[in-house]
Design a protein. Structure first.
Length: 475
């Protein structure tokens, strides 16, 4: 590559994008002729600097090789190489397992196909939701004018601007500042919630992102922890980013050649040194609040079964708390849940995320459920109307479990698929308000046949969570 650039600078080659061509066709042909044995070899012995026209002999020899390559094609494609960094480890390798074990009870990693992105999430059902993600990128230059470092800086500043914008407008107020002592440039953005929340009712969470650029290499490390303060989330993200940069070999960038990047600086942005603490130095997370969150709303009563398997106490799963749905239930974590835009009944459909199925975190499944609030009791008319809206209700062979519960299992009519459904009347009493609340519930899980026990676990957990009238106190 250095030789091509030298030849280009001396006027022997011209460049068009990533393609180098000879400026003079006669020179190309003459060199090609010499390389094939047709030239007078006696004219090649001119000493170190004795080549005709003052061109170094080494240049002539290399140009001869180029000529042989270009006789057929007429051009040589030059693949730009990044500088100063030419490779990075896979993103998952930039996270220390001991750090992940400090942050989570049961961490699980998911990498993308090319190894540039990695996410790690908590899988234990009764541990706070915690997630680490990292993106590692290298940029290559284009020709002699656009360096890899300049391209990396352009990408870095676009991501930085988006992070700064979110911190400025998020409800509750965010934090944005420059970080010194890490790479050629770095920033910290901290928000009171993750920017990717959906219909799930999220508990208060701390979310932070650290971006760092060293030459043509860029790392983005994000950290989210349920119930965490911004200070804690921000410090954990800094510690993880500093360790990731060390593992990537990006700590020795030195003083950057400012001629290769933009020298513009944004005014009015606070700068602070990168945290020098380790995770072991941080105080433990705050206690989980006693009410108004998914843990407080989930009953840890012994599991009941309407049919089949139930969840083990520490089995990988998640406590789902969805907007307007009247109960917290346990199901696989890696689902995308969407609510139908109708007020009654409350209707949700949840599907496995394809990338997580491919990675083996869960089987391919579809979870559907509906809920109708009746008031103090459910009339026959309300119940009949609710049942008419249930998909395939009339074609389903229902089995009675008790006076308020029916279930069904079948092979769903598709090869290698299993389906379990339940319909149930349930309710709870509010002692302090002397009121009774009655609901109608329908749930159905369609899943790969070899994972039929997971369908049973999901349905049985909803059965347990609605098991009889629960006496609770209102606020």
């Amino acid at each position: 590559m250095a030789f091509l650039e030298d030849a280009h600078a001396r006027g022997v080659l011209r460049q068009s994008g990533g393609v180098y061509r000879f400026r003079h066709i006669e020179l190309r042909d003459r060199l090609a002729q010499g390389a094939s044995g047709g030239a007078d070899t006696s004219r090649r012995s001119h000493g170190r600097f004795g080549a005709p026209g003052g061109v170094p002999a080494t240049l002539i020899e290399m140009a001869t090789v180029l000529a042989v390559l270009t006789v057929a094609s007429g051009a040589l494609i030059a693949e730009p190489l990044p500088a100063p960094f030419r490779s990075l480890p896979d993103a998952c390798g930039l996270l220390a397992q001991q750090d992940l074990d400090r942050l989570m009870t049961d961490p699980a990693k998911l990498a993308d196909a090319d190894g540039q992105e990695c996410s790690v999430g908590e899988q234990a059902p009764f541990s706070r939701n915690t997630r680490v993600s990292i993106v590692a990128q290298l940029e290559t230059g284009e020709g002699r004018t656009l360096t890899g470092a300049r391209k990396a800086q352009s990408t870095y500043w676009r991501v930085r601007a988006a992070a700064k914008g979110r911190a400025a407008v998020v409800t509750g107020g965010g934090v944005f500042r420059e970080l010194t002592g890490l790479g050629h440039e770095a920033y910290l953005a901290a928000l009171p919630t993750s920017p990717t929340d959906t219909d799930e009712i999220s508990s208060p969470s701390g979310y932070a992102q650290v971006g760092v650029r060293v030459g043509n290499a860029v790392l983005y490390v994000s950290y989210r922890e349920e119930f965490a303060s911004l200070d804690r989330a921000g410090e954990v993200a800094q510690i993880l980013a500093r360790e990731a940069a060390r593992r990537a070999g990006l700590t020795g960038g030195g003083v950057e050649d400012r001629s290769t990047v933009s020298t513009g600086k944004e005014e009015g942005v606070k700068s602070t040194p990168i945290s020098d603490r380790s995770l072991a130095d941080l105080p433990p997370p705050a206690e989980t609040p006693a009410k108004d969150n998914r843990f407080a709303s989930y009953s840890r009563r012994p599991a009941q079964s309407v049919y089949g398997a139930t969840w083990a106490s520490d089995e990988r799963s998640y406590l789902w708390n969805l907007w307007r749905f009247p109960l917290v239930f346990r199901a696989p974590k890696h689902l995308d849940c969407e609510r139908k835009e109708v007020d009654d009944p409350i209707t949700y459909t949840c599907k496995s995320r394809r990338e997580n199925v491919k990675a083996g975190f869960l089987p391919d499944l579809r979870l559907e459920f509906r809920s109708h609030y009746c008031g103090s009791s459910c009339s026959d008319q309300e119940t009949a109307a609710f049942l008419r809206g249930i998909p395939d209700h009339a074609q389903t062979s229902w089995t009675k479990a008790d006076d308020s519960t029916y279930y069904a299992t079948d092979r769903s009519g598709e090869p290698d698929r299993y389906r379990m459904a339940m319909k149930r009347h349930w309710g709870w009493q509010d002692k302090s308000a002397h009121a009774q609340h009655a609901f109608l519930l329908w749930v159905r899980v369609d899943i790969a046949e070899e994972a039929d026990d997971m369908a049973q676990k999901i349905v049985n957990d909803m059965f347990t969570q609605t098991g009889g009238f629960r006496e609770v106190k209102s606020d």
